[in-house]
Design a protein around this ligand. Sequence first.
Ligand code: ACM
Length: 541
Amino acid sequence: MKTLYNSILILLISIITTTSCKKEEKIKKIAISKDLLKDNIIPKPASLTATGSSFELNAKSEIHYQHSDLKPIAEYLSGLLQPATGFKLPVKEMSSMPSTDHIFLSLTDSIPNNEGYQLSIKENGIVINAKKPAGLFYGIQTLRQLLPASIELNEKQDNTWLIASGTIKDEPSYSYRGAMLDVARHFIGLSDVKRYIDLLSFYKINTLHLHLSDDQGWRIEIKSWPNLTTHGGSTEVGGGEGGFFTQVQYKELVKYAQERFITIIPEIDMPGHTNAALSSYSELNCNGKATKLYTGTRVGFSTFCTDKEITYKFIDDVIRELAEMTPGEYIHIGGDESDATPIKEYIIFINKVQKIVAKHGKKVLGWDEIAHATLAPNSIVQYWARDSTENKNAHMAVKQNAKILMSPATKAYLDMKYDKTTKLGLDWAGLTEVDVAYNWSLENHIDGIKKENIIGIEAPLWTETVENMKDLEYLVFPRVIGIAEIGWTPTSQRDWNEYKVRLGKHKDRLDALDINYYNSKLVPWKSIVSDTIVKSSKDSI
Ligand code: ACM
């Protein structure tokens, strides 16, 4: 009797416990699953509908792709999710959507924009549709931001990986969303540039312009002119040892960027900003004498000898070698601050160089001074003017039907100081707090220059004061995140007061990615990691 009584008691307790566990499980799910509307996606997506439940990523989840071409993206996603979840999610080709519990990547012509995507999250599965693989990649970046920030950590976390349900339809406002990195003033090496590419692609930036030559250093191996790197690459601002990319390394970088849907645009700055080349080869100088290497920060003192034939043979060789290892459409020819080149010679020079670039199958990008020349069809002019009195170059470019790439120094230069106390950076274009860098729009910045004249945005980082990756990250983050949103999200949907709250909620992500960002007082930084810890400790009870 006693045994029977005990058995009934155990049964009752176990029924009650199971029911309450189930209830608790449900409460836990609801507590953790977020309302998709309140998520904190940057850049802000075009449209978002929440459906109030969630998908749980677990060890049994799989990543399915509709066509063999998509296998690398599926593998990229699986690799991204593995460290923090500890799940080795298998990738499988499937011609149609699987029944349950999986992530499905597929292409469809019903998405109009080449970089657009539709992300649909249901309790029983996730589908990302896009017109092109680039759109799938951007859908994946959004998905990353819907997971807890700890997904970015490199060690296995004891989390429940819930993703709030709903649908996001998204596409960029501008097709060119870029950053520029000056590897000439201070050399920034391969692994750091790869990390920069990773961080930029997380915010859907699709172009990295590399400023590969300047007065202080030549940073790309050119086999037909080897002294450029052995001599011209041997120092940097302040007299450090400099460095350069071998062609093998450059190709590796191009491929790494391509896998993250980033196009590398190489820049050889000329006819000014050329002391490193002039120091490496005496014949490029009008007086036939090589200059000394330069490790200071003045600008405007150097020029190629524009009426020597050897100058154009040199440029032809450099552009040929560069074009051969650059799959992107554009070569940047610089053209800025050529104060030592008489304007008549400057114009002849730029016209000739544009023809060389075209001969090697590429299009020209150049700083806005190149608008003084006769622009080749499809050239892009990069606006950098520090104030509106310097807008005339952009107007001259538009009159020649060129498109404008927007990099106004007062807003988009990532090397400007945040405020008077910022140790790194320069201030010749003013102080650029995080709100200043965000609070403007491409199509309203220059009178008379409209959206149809503009290809997009680029945020340059000049490295006179930047010696390493930590310095770079401090000046770049968080400003580049706002730059990414300016390029992606229509101006009508952007507002600083709303953005700064969303940005503040990226604190945990920036921390998890170990980014040395500037802790601006204007941003309400908000950590939700503590919630995650509480939740995961509850999970293990
Ligand atoms: C520039 O800042 N010299 C383009």
